[in-house]
Design a protein around this ligand. Structure first.
Ligand code: GLC
Ligand code: CA
Length: 565
C-alpha cells in the first residue's frame, strides 16, 4: 500500500465558517469549491472537512440525523460530487468527518427505536433499565457521568424504566458497537462514500466506541449528584481494536486514509496498535498532548500574565509520540476546531507575523503529515468579543455558562476565560478580504467576524504583500513538499537540540542531508548556542542574522530553517 498521506499537506476546513456562497450567513460546499484554487496555490493537497451530513446542528454537525445526505445548510448531494470532482482535478484529496460514536436523537434509527421497542433499530443504541433507590425512585443504570452534563443516561422516551447512554450531549445517543448489525450499517455508509470518490475519513471520537460491557458503577467517587466522568469506562477499551479492523476490512479500501480522533486518553504505545504501518487498521491518530502546553486549560482563575508556553513540555510531548512511532505515521498539527487559535496559544498578537511564521516553521519539519487549521495561514487569532452572549452559538457553551454563573463567576472572569480557551475562537468566519464581514458572506454571519480583518488579517491583502504570513506559508510549504525535504522529514532521524532550553524549540532532522529548525517561543530576545556550520538559510522570519561566537541572538519569535553542512 502506498502511504500517499506521507507526502500530503493537510488543511482542516470548518465548513460553516469557511465561505458562504449563497449569502445566508453560513459557509457552504459551493464556498469551499470557490476556494479550491486558493488552497491549491497554497500547496494544500488534502482536506479534512468537518461534518457536512444532515444534522439538527445541536453539536455543529457532529450530531448526524442522516448520514447519506448533505446538510441542506451546506448544499446538496450534487454539490458534494462537484466538490470531489473539482478537488481531484487539482490533485486535492478529501476526507469527510464521520461521527459514529453517536447519532442525533433525530436520526431515523433513534426515532424508530423510540417508537417500537421491538425494532431492530432499538438494538443500535445502548438502552438499559434504571435502578431504584430505597424509596422506589427511578435512578440511571449506573453512576457514569457524560462529557457534556451530569449523568450519561437519559430516560428513554416512551419507556417506563429504561435509559439510553450518551457520553456527549443528551441529544446524541451513543450507538452500540457491540452489535454487529449496527456496525454493518456504518460499513455500508462508509462504502457509499468511498464509491463516490471520498479519499478517507476523519473518524470522530472513536476512542469511545467500545464501552465497559459490565456497565457497573465507576469506582471513582464524587461528581455532581453522584455522577462521575470516568472516561476509562468508555475510552480505548480492548474491543476497540477489533471494531477498527473490521471497519477497515468491510467499510473502506486499503488506500482509504483513516484518521482517528483518540483524544487525550490514549498512550503512544496503545495508539501504535491502531496505526502501525501495514498492520494497524487506521493510519493517523490525533491525540491532543501538544495542544495545551501553556497552562490555559481550565485557567479560569489565572491572569493573562500567568499563561506562558512551557516549551520543554511541548518538546517532550512531540518527542514522546515520535519515539514511540518508529513504525507509525503521525499527524502534525497545532490545533483544530475544538481549540483556541494557536497564534493566541503559543504566539502573540503583538508579534502576529513573526509568531505565525515561527509556528508553521516549527511544525512543518517535524515528523508527520501536517494539518493546517483554516485561517492559521493568515495569522487569525482569538476573538475579542466584549460580551459572553457572543459565544453562545455553541450549545456546549450554553450549559457551561449556566454552571459558571451558578458557581458565582462574574461576567468579566468568564469573558477572559473564554477569549483564552473557547473553541468559538477557531470557528469565526474565515477572513478573505477587507470588505464587510471579511468577504466571508454578504450578510451578517451567525458567528461574529473577528474585527482584525480590517487590520491586514485577510487573504486578499496578504496575497499582495511579499512579506505576509500567507506568502511565507506558501513558500514554507513548497519546501516541505520538495522531494528532498519530504524524504528527510519522513525517513530521517529527528533529534531535539538543547532539550532544556526553556525558550527555544530547536531540532535537527538528519537524512540525505541535515536540516535544523531554531525557534524562539518568546516575545522577547533569547540566546541560543549553535555548534554547527550553516550550509544555507532556507527560511527565516526576520531580516539580517545575529550570530557571534557560536551564539545566536534571537529576536521575539525569530526562527530559522537551516541546512547544516
Ligand atoms: C469530537 C469533535 C467535537 C464534538 C465531539 C462530539 O471531539 O471534534 O467537535 O463536539 O466529538 O461529537
Ligand atoms: Ca451559505
Amino acid at each position: 500500500m502506498e502511504a500517499w498521506w506521507r507526502n500530503s499537506i493537510g488543511y482542516i476546513i470548518y465548513p460553516a465558517a469557511y465561505k458562504d456562497a449563497n449569502g445566508d450567513g453560513i459557509g457552504d460546499l459551493k464556498g469551499i469549491i470557490e476556494k479550491l484554487d486558493y488552497l491549491h496555490e497554497l500547496g494544500i493537497d488534502l482536506l479534512w472537512i468537518c461534518p457536512i451530513f444532515a444534522s439538527p446542528m445541536k453539536d455543529n454537525g457532529y450530531d448526524v440525523s442522516d448520514y447519506l445526505h448533505v446538510n441542506p445548510l451546506f448544499g446538496s448531494d450534487e454539490d458534494l460530487l462537484t466538490l470531489l470532482r473539482e478537488a481531484h482535478l487539482r490533485g486535492i484529496r478529501v476526507l469527510l468527518d464521520f461521527a459514529m460514536n453517536h447519532t442525533s436523537d433525530q436520526h431515523e434509527w433513534f426515532v424508530k427505536a423510540k417508537e417500537d421497542p421491538s425494532s431492530e433499530e432499538r438494538s443500535y443504541y445502548i438502552i438499559k433499565k434504571g435502578r431504584r433507590d430505597e424509596k422506589g425512585n427511578l435512578l440511571p443504570p449506573n453512576n457514569w457521568g457524560s462529557f457534556f452534563s451530569t449523568s450519561a443516561w437519559e430516560r428513554m422516551p416512551g419507556s417506563e424504566d429504561e435509559f439510553y447512554l450518551h457520553v456527549f450531549a443528551p441529544s446524541m445517543p451513543d450507538t452500540d458497537w457491540s452489535n454487529p448489525k449496527l456496525r454493518e450499517r456504518y460499513y455500508q455508509i462508509a462504502r457509499h462514500y468511498v464509491d463516490l470518490g471520498v479519499d478517507g475519513f476523519r473518524m470522530d471520537a472513536i476512542s469511545h466506541l467500545a464501552k465497559n460491557p459490565t456497565f457497573e458503577d465507576s469506582p471513582l467517587q464524587g461528581g455532581k449528584g453522584g455522577y462521575v466522568l470516568d472516561p476509562s469506562e468508555f475510552s480505548n477499551r480492548p474491543e476497540l481494536l477489533g471494531y477498527l479492523k473490521e471497519f477497515r476490512e468491510k467499510g473502506v479500501n486499503e488506500n482509504t486514509l483513516l484518521v482517528g480522533e483518540v483524544g487525550g486518553c490514549v498512550q503512544p504505545a496503545q495508539a501504535r496498535l491502531f496505526s502501525e504501518r501495514g498492520r494497524g487498521p487506521i493510519n493517523l491518530v490525533f491525540n491532543f498532548d501538544t495542544v495545551w502546553n501553556n497552562g490555559a486549560y481550565g485557567s479560569i482563575d489565572k491572569k493573562d500574565e500567568e499563561i506562558k508556553t512551557d516549551v520543554i513540555s511541548l518538546k517532550n510531548n512531540f518527542m514522546r509520540w515520535y519515539e514511540n512511532a518508529a513504525t507509525c505515521d503521525l499527524p502534525l498539527y497545532w490545533c483544530n476546531h475544538d481549540h483556541p487559535r494557536v497564534l493566541s496559544q503559543y504566539g502573540s498578537v503583538n508579534y502576529r507575523a513573526e509568531s505565525a511564521k515561527m509556528l508553521v516553521t516549527t511544525l512543518l519539519f517535524l515528523y508527520g503529515t501536517p494539518f493546517i487549521y483554516q485561517g492559521d495561514e493568515i495569522g487569525m487569532s482569538n476573538v475579542t468579543y466584549d460580551k459572553v452572549e457572543d459565544f453562545l452559538n455553541d450549545e456546549a457553551n450554553v450549559d457551561a455558562l449556566k454552571s459558571m454563573r451558578s458557581e458565582g463567576r462574574d461576567e468579566e472572569t468568564i469573558l477572559r476565560f473564554w477569549r483564552r480557551t473557547n473553541r468559538i475562537n477557531a470557528r469565526t468566519p474565515m477572513q478573505w478580504d477587507k470588505t464587510s464581514y471579511a468577504g466571508f458572506s454578504k450578510v451578517a454571519p451567525k458567528v461574529k467576524v473577528n474585527d482584525n480583518y480590517k487590520e491586514g488579517v485577510n487573504v486578499q491583502e496578504q496575497m499582495e504583500d511579499p512579506y505576509s504570513i500567507l506568502n511565507y506559508f506558501q513558500y514554507a510549504i513548497s519546501f516541505r513538499k520538495n522531494a528532498i525535504y519530504n524524504d528527510i522529514v519522513n525517513n530521517g532521524r529527528l533529534e531535539i537540540v538543547d532539550y532544556n532550553h526553556p525558550d527555544v524549540f530547536a531540532y535537527l532532522h538528519r537524512g540525505s542531508s541535515t536540516i535544523m529548525v531554531i525557534s524562539n517561543f518568546r516575545p522577547y530576545q533569547t540566546y541560543f548556542t549553535f555548534n554547527y556550520e550553516i550550509g544555507d538559510i532556507v527560511l527565516h522570519n526576520y531580516d539580517g542574522v545575529l550570530l557571534k561566537d557560536h551564539v545566536f541572538t534571537l529576536r521575539p519569535f525569530e526562527c530559522y530553517l537551516l541546512k547544516i553542512r
